[in-house]
Design a protein around this ligand. Structure first.
Ligand code: UDX
Ligand code: UDX
Length: 462
């Protein structure tokens, strides 16, 4: 059965860009993206999209109004769709059984209940959200128990591998598409329907089909392996600092072994983003649930090392600034979890800023894309007392204003524009000695030295 109408529940960083790409590539298919958040939908229908992603504007503009629609009318969109993507959030549970590790599936479950309530005829349900293994069977049970007799469903797993900041390139030209389905005739037919959508622009050999559980688990494992590389190189960054080695040189040397490869070996103040920590913790919980505590410990260590890396960086700052940052002005460049996104979820900047505020530093923050309200909100969520946020935090829209009279410059996101700042001017603006702490190894070290900064770069000894 050819798909004529698609709907997606969840207009976030994944649902929005992914649906925009499908709509752009399949002009004959109606694509409706729904969200219960009215403001978000309004933003998707405006010139100020809620998600910053290079190239996204053009893709949305070419299809919006033609076959790409954004709405809060979730029921009508479900009713009209042959195929429904579920791309609602699956945050780490903060309460009860599995708190701090398990995924909170309440949004996925309520999406399934709504689909059951509204649907008639046959529909394909596609899990886009990252979920623990076997969620598809939970969705299927909810659908079966709550739907009308003339409704039937097939559940597929189609995890998203796009990285924020490069979402459009990743969607246009992915390494692979993964689709998991039931291994029977109905399942295969549903898988084939979804394959035929991606095959409009992605070579068939890059579309991997498999069973449901392998697909669900692969997403968690892919993120765990990627994050493990960062924690591995970050563990070595500490050793480099202690010995006078240079972590970038070590990464270059080991990365040219084709069995290791050059990617994901950039040492940093720590990884962030909505997926890595959440998915590893999810994997840890899964291992514990299946009675495999050693495996759980093994993966938990990847997250622990990441937390240690962030704390270690803060300690380095405090120690260098003569063991006190109380009342000192510290300029923070970058708050997003990586460059080219306005997303701050699990950003290492939250952890670093929280700890500096707890030391009673005075922070002045600049990020080219992150909304000041988001920064305040993230720090409040990280349990920084409101009084400190009000008294010790400034957010600027200009990097030079941020740096005026600062004791230290701390770079936490690898935005390209930070390399090209006028460091002579910055040195003049700052108090002396002018300290720099580069948590992303992106600032031009020779220039810093030439202008007389006292600079520390993550992973560089000597
Ligand atoms: C989400 C998941 O968090 C992730 O695990 C998965 O891999 C992809 O989908 P993302 O798109 O980045 O990632 O999340 P987010 O930007 O929070 O978007 C989720 C959207 O769903 C939000 O806009 C939220 O308002 C919406 N939502 C949530 C609903 O419309 N209905 C709900 O019941 C719950
Ligand atoms: C990740 C996966 O890459 C993607 O496939 C999956 O679908 C979602 O999770 P994302 O979180 O958007 O994507 O960004 P990614 O580029 O993977 O970066 C994650 C974090 O690791 C960022 O904080 C980044 O700065 C950091 N990182 C990445 C490093 O510190 N060093 C590196 O070498 C690479």
């Amino acid at each position: 059965m050819p798909i004529q109408s698609i709907c997606c529940l969840g207009a976030g960083y994944v649902g929005g860009p992914t649906m925009a790409m499908i709509a752009a590539k399949c002009p004959d298919i109606q694509v409706t993206v729904c969200d219960m958040n009215e403001q978000r939908i309004e933003a998707w229908n405006s010139d100020e999209l809620p998600v910053y992603e290079p190239g996204l504007d053009a893709v949305v503009t070419c299809a919006r109004g033609r076959n790409l629609h954004f709405t809060t009318d979730i029921r009508s969109a479900i009713a009209a769709a042959d195929l429904i993507f579920v791309s609602v959030g699956t945050p780490t549970k903060s309460y009860g059984i599995g708190a701090g590790r398990a995924a909170d599936l309440r949004y996925v479950e309520s999406a399934a209940r709504l689909i059951a309530e509204v649907s008639e005829g046959h529909k394909i349900i596609v899990e886009k959200s990252t979920i623990p293994v076997k969620t598809a069977s939970a969705i299927r049970t909810i659908l079966a128990a709550n739907s009308s007799p003339d409704a039937s469903f097939e559940v597929l797993s189609n995890p998203e591998f796009l990285a924020e900041g490069t979402a459009i390139a990743d969607l246009e030209n992915p390494d692979r598409i993964l689709i998991g389905g039931e291994q029977d005739a109905a399942g295969s037919s549903a898988v084939e329907s979804l394959v035929s959508i991606y095959a409009r622009w992605i070579p068939r050999e890059r579309i991997i089909t498999t069973n449901l559980w392998s697909s669900e688990l692969s997403k968690l494992v892919a993120n765990a392996f990627l994050a493990q590389r960062i924690s591995s190189i970050n563990s070595i960054s500490a050793l480099c600092e202690a010995t006078g080695a240079d972590v970038d040189e070590v990464a270059r040397a080991i990365g040219s072994d084709s069995r290791i490869g050059p990617k994901f070996l950039k040492s940093s103040v720590g990884f962030g983003g909505s997926c890595f920590q959440k998915d590893i913790l999810n994997l840890v919980y899964l291992c514990e649930s299946f009675g495999l505590p050693k495996v759980a410990d093994y993966w938990r260590q990847v997250v622990e090392l990441n937390d240690w890396q962030k704390s270690r960086f803060v300690e380095k700052i405090v120690r260098t600034l003569f063991n006190t940052v109380n009342g000192k002005r510290i300029a923070i460049l970058g708050f997003a979890f990586k460059k080219d996104t306005n997303d701050t979820r699990e950003s290492p900047a939250i952890h670093v800023c929280r700890d500096l505020l707890r030391e009673h530093a005075h922070l002045s923050i600049y990020d080219p894309r992150v909304d000041p309200e988001t920064i305040r909100h993230d720090l409040a969520n990280a349990k920084v007392p409101t009084s400190l946020i009000e008294s010790n935090l400034e957010i600027h829209l200009d990097p030079y204003a941020t740096l005026k009279d600062a004791h230290a410059l701390v770079a936490l996101t690898e935005w390209d524009e930070f390399r090209d700042l006028d460091f002579a001017r910055i040195h003049e603006l700052m108090l002396k000695p002018a300290f720099v702490f580069d948590g992303r190894a992106i600032l031009p070290t020779a220039t810093l030295k030439a202008h007389g900064f006292d600079a520390f770069t993550i992973g560089k000894g000597g």
